[in-house]
Design a protein around this ligand. Structure first.
Ligand SMILES: *Cc1c(COP(=O)(O)O)cnc(C)c1O
Length: 432
């Protein structure tokens, strides 16, 4: 498969080159040259396929012959080796739990897949490759875990100081080995800007790539769980709608991609917190990215969602066709907390703040479409946001073993203030 840059000012590249580059040289995002429907037979018999087989069918057209079949199969086995259960909240709203992986975030899927692909591409190279990633919370932990100990790869994680939860911070600062955490005095958008800037800076000597959802190897495997979810509910023969708690819009963009592969989904909802750039755009047609605001669903505190340009591409940049298939709603922290209480009181279900935003989007859509089955994504385990859950609900939480181990280790990070600091670090200079 070939990938082109959405600005079309850089050459087309292979899957491998796109993964290694992260961002295209013209600073734009890569996009597959073609997307084909999967066979009718596949959809009709989807319940006879294992999750691994489903994932293989979904991804193979995007990789072609660049990874041998048996290697790709092993990569997929590592990627979808945990459960993706659907939990009913009421008759027409369900939660799709994506948090049963190693760091209890849906980002484990993309991070493990990408790490395994890079490990394969770098298998015979002696030069070290650095993976540079900005995180608003969960990416860091998932990427750190996915890449831990992978030969020939260094990981540098940039996160906004004091703006990620305690557990999130521990997951990305306690692993050691080939993982370094850098704490920036600023916001997530600043981290993201710095990463983008570093990519274009030819004074940086290291060879590096990005592991943000702009990287196709993180973005594309996120399609897997929409198919896996479909397998679990398609026999109900209802209109299926996904509500995706969205920040950088990579996950919802993967959802919409599934439609291009033929997955019969009726509608897609991007549910956001008060970082409402996209809901505003749908409401008034003006795309006006803003600095991000801090909320209790911190992994979605993104004012300039990088993947939205891919969504626009999927609809040929036509707002009217976008609106037919896609809605976006924004919710405040107060509404989110109320939703967490409502879900807990009515259904005894513990939602995390991100999932609760997804639930609100599902509920709003359901009002007008009462017959549909709305599936909202539970993108992280509630224990990762323990402080907020505790101040909102009187529920007791058991700390899962994946989290416990990182709580026992010591935090190590490097504090920086400016882009120049980051650059010095990347050039192996001493930070004063
Ligand atoms: C990253 C993240 C999101 C947002 O996903 P995007 O693909 O950036 O839109 C939502 N919830 C949680 C818990 C996350 O970590």
């Amino acid at each position: 498969m070939r990938y082109y840059s959405l600005k079309r000012k850089s050459p087309d590249v292979s899957f491998q080159e796109a993964v290694l580059n992260g961002l295209a040289p013209d600073r734009s995002l890569y996009f597959p040259e073609s997307i084909s429907f999967l066979s009718k037979k596949f959809f009709e018999n989807i319940d006879q396929y294992s999750n691994e087989e489903i994932a293989y069918h979904v991804i193979k057209q995007f990789i072609g012959d660049e990874i041998p079949k048996d290697v790709l199969y092993d990569i997929i086995k590592n990627t979808v080796n945990f459960d993706f259960p659907i939990i009913p909240i009421n008759d027409s709203i369900c939660a799709l739990e994506l948090f049963h992986g190693p760091t209890m975030s849906f980002k484990d899927v993309g991070a493990v897949f990408m790490a395994s692909c890079l490990g394969y591409f770098n298998r015979n190279k002696n030069n070290k490759l650095t993976v540079l990633v900005a995180t608003s919370g969960d990416t860091g932990g998932a990427v750190a875990h996915g890449f831990l100990g992978i030969k020939g790869i260094e990981v540098v994680i940039l996160y906004p100081s004091g703006k990620v939860s305690d557990i999130q911070e521990r997951q990305l600062t306690t692993l050691g080995q080939n993982i370094t955490a850098i704490e920036l005095d600023g916001y997530f958008d600043d981290c993201q800007e710095m990463v983008k800037k570093a990519f274009l800076d030819n004074q940086i000597k290291r060879k590096f790539t990005s592991a943000n959802s702009i990287n196709i190897a993180r973005w594309l495997p996120q399609m897997f769980y929409y198919f896996i979810a479909y397998k679990q509910v398609y026999k109900q023969q209802r209109d299926i709608v996904f509500s995706v708690p969205s920040g950088n819009f990579g996950n919802i963009c993967a959802a919409i991609m599934t439609k291009k592969l033929g997955l019969p989904i009726k509608h897609f909802i991007a549910s956001t917190n008060i970082n409402d750039t996209v809901p505003n755009y749908l409401a008034n047609g003006v795309y006006n990215p803003k600095p991000s605001k801090v909320t209790i669903s911190n992994a979605m505190d993104v004012g300039k969602p990088s993947n939205f340009i891919r969504i626009q591409q999927l609809f040929n940049n036509e707002l009217s066709s976008l609106k037919k298939l896609f809605s976006a709603y924004s919710f405040t922290d107060k509404e989110t907390k109320n939703a967490m209480q409502q879900i807990y009181n009515n259904s005894k279900y513990l939602a995390d703040p991100h999932g609760a935003v997804g639930y609100l989007g599902a509920k709003l859509f359901q009002k007008e479409h009462p017959k549909s089955l709305c599936i909202f994504l539970e993108t992280a385990h509630p224990v990762k946001f323990m402080d907020i859950v505790k101040e909102t609900l009187s529920a007791r939480m058991v700390i899962p073993k994946q989290i416990k181990s990182s709580l026992e280790k010591e935090k190590k990070s490097i504090k920086i203030k400016t882009y120049e600091d980051l650059k010095r670090f990347l050039n192996f200079e001493k930070l004063s």
